[in-house]
Each structure stands twice: as C-alpha cells, then as structure tokens.
Design a protein around this ligand. Structure first.
Ligand code: GTP
Ligand code: MG
Length: 443
C-alpha cells in the first residue's frame, strides 16, 4: 500500500496550511522531515523545525500531529503538518514528501476512499463528506451533516436487515418445502413484511427529489414582457449588477444566471429575454431560451408592469400556476391593488425604490423552503441512491408476485443487493470510481 499525501486545506495564501499524509510511511515522513528519531506523542500537536531530508535545507517552522492506525480519519497511520500557508512553503513541503520512498500524491477523494475501505464509514457517509465540503448554504450543510451522522445509512441498513430476515424465512421454506403446512405459514409471514417495506420504500422515493434538489439548488426563472424590469429584479436579488438594465425594450437576449442563498436554501435565478414577437433572429432565439427555462423552472417569477395592471400579457398569464409568483413592478409610477390571477402568489413592488421587495423575498423563501423541506424522514441525495432503490422496489414487486418460495427468495436476495450497493456493503468495486470522482484532492 502506497503512502499518500496532499494539501488538505485550500490552495493559495493563508495563515496556516494543513498537509496530510496517510499510509504505512506516515511515521517515517514525520521522522524524516523533523529529523528527530523520537516521534511526537499521538494526537498531540508538537512544534518542529521541518527540513528537507535530502539536503537538510530548512522548510518551515510548524506543527506536527500523528494519528496512529486505526484511530485516524483513514484508519491508517496518518500524519499532519500544519505549516505557514504560503505558496512556496507548501510547495517545498510537498516536494520533500514526494522525495520519500513509496510515497505519492493522493488522488481526489483517496483519503476518504481509504476510510471507506477500512470500514471507517459507509458510502453514504463518504458522499456526505463531499457534500459538506461543497455546501454553500445552511440547509445544504445541515443535510450533509445528517447524512454523515448516518441518517441515510442507518435507514438503508435497517431495510437490508429486514430483507435478510425475510429471506431467512423464505429459505427455511425452501428447505422444508415438502411439509406443506410449514411452507404456507412461513410464506404468509414473509409477504406482509415485503409489502410493508415496499410501501416505505415508495414513500421514501416519492419525496419530490428534495434531497437531490437541495444539493443542486432550485431553479427560478424570471419571465415577462420586455422592459418590465426583469433584469433590474435579478440585480436586486443578487445585490450586484449581474445583468444589463436599460430602457430599451429587448435588452436581455441570453439567459443570465445567478446563484443565490435564499434564507439558507440554494437557488439559481435566471433572467431571460422579454417575451414578445421577436424583432430579429437573435432576439427570437433569446425568447425560445426564455420559454425553455420557464418550462423547466421549479419556480417562476412572472413580471408585469403596473402601468397596464390589471391587464397582463397572454404569454405571462398562461404561465401562472401554483409554482409562480406574479410580480407587478414599477408601483412607484402607478399604485396598484394586487389581486391573485391564479393559484400562485402575487405581490406588487418597485424594484427601483425597493418598496415591496422584502415581501417578495419572503414569498420566494417560503416557496423554496416548501419544496426542499420535507416532513419526516431523511431525503436521498443522489441519483445513484434513487436508481438503486427503484431497482430494489422492482425486485420486491417481483418477489411479491412470485408463487414459489424459491423465486421469492431469489428476488428478495436481489432487492438486498441493490440496497447494499447504496451503503457499500456489497460488490461496490465498480461504484467506487463514480462515488469518489467528485471529491477534491486532500479529502
Ligand atoms: N420607475 C421604475 N423604473 C424601473 C423599475 N424597475 C426597472 N425600471 C426601469 O425599467 C427599464 C427596463 O428595466 P430592465 O430591468 O432592463 O427590464 P427588462 O425586463 O430586463 O427588459 P428586457 O431585458 O428588455 O426584456 C430600465 O430603464 C429600468 O431602470 C421600477 O421599479 N420603477
Ligand atoms: Mg432584461
């Protein structure tokens, strides 16, 4: 087994940088770089002058920490060098480590992969580590922490355990197949359990993809006629000048997207070209893109001008539904009484003066939260989980339809396999590259 090393903190100038080493050569790395035969106490930060073992040249004055196996992140011997976070310091320490025997730079996610392979965590927890590193909002962080704490892993392992017990019953049936009476009672015990599991699994799957959407963020499209103030609204929500605003109708041609943190929930807000009969090919393409974004959006902000209220253009009213907010803009020029035109929300604002903007942001936060916050159990967070659960469900349905104990047992075994692949308990070799591909180096 190679010893691996990598910068665990972010690249660039910083107060401190952490370089992590894992594998059988971790202690040797400490001895070589500190030039001391007596190793520091485990888990005790120890100050040391670091030097290049090849020529004794000083590298930095820093801290060294040892985490002997198995009490470490990876389960192997681990060492950490906390050095000054300068680009040259880090480069020099990494270079010195690279000169050691059987020691190489880590692949992305390799530390966590080793932790998984050493039984330190299951695959859902490993994925949670990646999500935690990527989390940009409160809700994303909380979801990742719950998953790291085993919310998903425990749920799936619980189901796998129940399937294992059902399988044992079904197999008892097969062994005593001749004895008709026993066979019937055992089968009768297994079927309701599989049925109950199937109901729980379907409920878990029918969660509106909230866990996956929380990772990716919701998509919010701003649509409306030209010149109503769509780009002005995007800039106000983003609190910066992301899109060009002008009094010329047809200013925005392409889709402009901004990532936002809406009260702890991630969202992408898209400003689009004003909907009207296009004056040229480019505008026509812009309008097609606007319509496409409106069609895929989780939430639509349909904007209209207070001057024409209560009239709104047909292509705007056609897109009002319970996932939309009708925003009447430019109330500084003409006061209006907002009234709902559909099942969706409505509010009157002046993007220019800021009047009503708090109310609009509150409506957006509420809409986003209602889509991402689920009552009850943990949410699955990756397509990988969804696909495995769907296959598990299919196997369960087949098992329930089976007339004989052998077939029922076979499909129950398959169902168990599909769930086991989520947590990483069974044949996962082919999965590991997919799971750890998205990690950053040093994690
Ligand atoms: N009085 C007033 N003017 C506004 C308000 N919001 C935007 N405007 C002005 O309306 C004009 C059009 O604004 P934009 O944000 O470019 O409108 P748009 O909907 O993106 O327009 P297109 O990209 O052409 O579809 C600009 O001159 C803005 O300054 C408002 O609340 N009150
Ligand atoms: Mg615009």
């Amino acid at each position: 087994m190679d010893t691996i090393y990598a910068l665990a903190s972010a690249r660039g100038r910083a107060g401190v940088a952490v370089i992590r080493v894992s594998g059988p050569g971790a202690d040797a790395a400490v001895a070589e770089l500190t030039g001391r035969a007596d190793l520091p106490q485990p888990r005790r930060a120890t100050r040391a002058a670091l030097r290049d073992p090849r020529d004794g040249a000083p590298l930095d004055d820093g801290l060294v920490l040892r985490f002997p196996a198995p009490n470490s992140y990876t389960g192997e011997d681990v060492a950490e060098f906390h050095v000054h976070g300068g680009i040259s310091v880090v480069a020099a320490v990494l270079d010195a480590l690279g000169g050691l025997k059987d020691t190489r730079i880590a692949e992305p996610g390799e530390f966590t992969r080793r932790a998984f392979e050493n039984g330190k965590m299951d695959l859902t927890a490993a994925e949670a580590i990646a999500d935690l590193v990527d989390a940009e909002t409160d809700a994303q962080r909380r979801q990742a922490l719950r998953q790291l704490g085993g919310s998903l892993g425990d749920l799936y392992e619980g189901w796998r355990g129940r399937l294992a017990r059902a399988l044992a019953h079904a197999e008892a049936d097969i062994d005593f197949g001749e004895e008709e009476a026993l066979s019937e009672t055992a089968m009768a015990a297994v079927r309701p359990e599989l049925q109950a599991l199937l109901v729980e699994l379907d409920r878990h799957l029918a969660d509106g993809r909230r866990g996956e959407r929380l990772r990716d963020g919701l998509y919010i499209a701003i649509i409306g006629a030209p010149n109503v103030g769509k780009s002005s609204l995007l800039n106000a929500l983003a609190r910066r000048d992301a899109a060009i605003v002008s009094e010329t109708a047809g200013t925005t041609r392409d889709v402009i997207e901004v990532h936002l943190d809406l009260g702890g929930y991630p969202a992408t807000v898209a400003d689009t070209a004003g909907l009207r009969r296009a004056e040229d090919d480019i505008e026509g393409e812009g309008i097609r893109r606007a319509e496409a974004r409106a069609a895929i959006a989780d939430i639509k902000i349909a904007m209209t001008d207070a001057a024409a209220w209560p009239d709104i253009p047909g292509d705007v009213s056609a897109r009002l539904d319970e996932d939309s907010v009708l925003v009447i803009n430019k109330t500084d020029l003409r006061a209006v009484e907002p009234e709902s035109k559909s099942t969706g929300d409505v509010c009157a604002v002046s993007v220019k003066t800021g009047q009503g903007m708090d109310g609009l942001e509150e409506i957006l936060r509420r809409k986003v939260a209602s889509k991402l916050d689920g009552a009850g159990g943990p949410a699955l967070t990756r397509r990988r989980h969804r696909e495995a659960l769907e296959q598990c469900g299919e196997a369960l349905r087949r098992a329930l339809a089976a007339g004989e104990a052998e077939l029922l047992a076979e499909d129950t075994r398959l169902a168990m396999r599909h769930i086991g692949r989520i947590t990483g308990k069974v044949d996962v070799e082919d999965l590991l590259d997919i799971v750890f591909r998205d990690f950053c180096i040093g994690k």
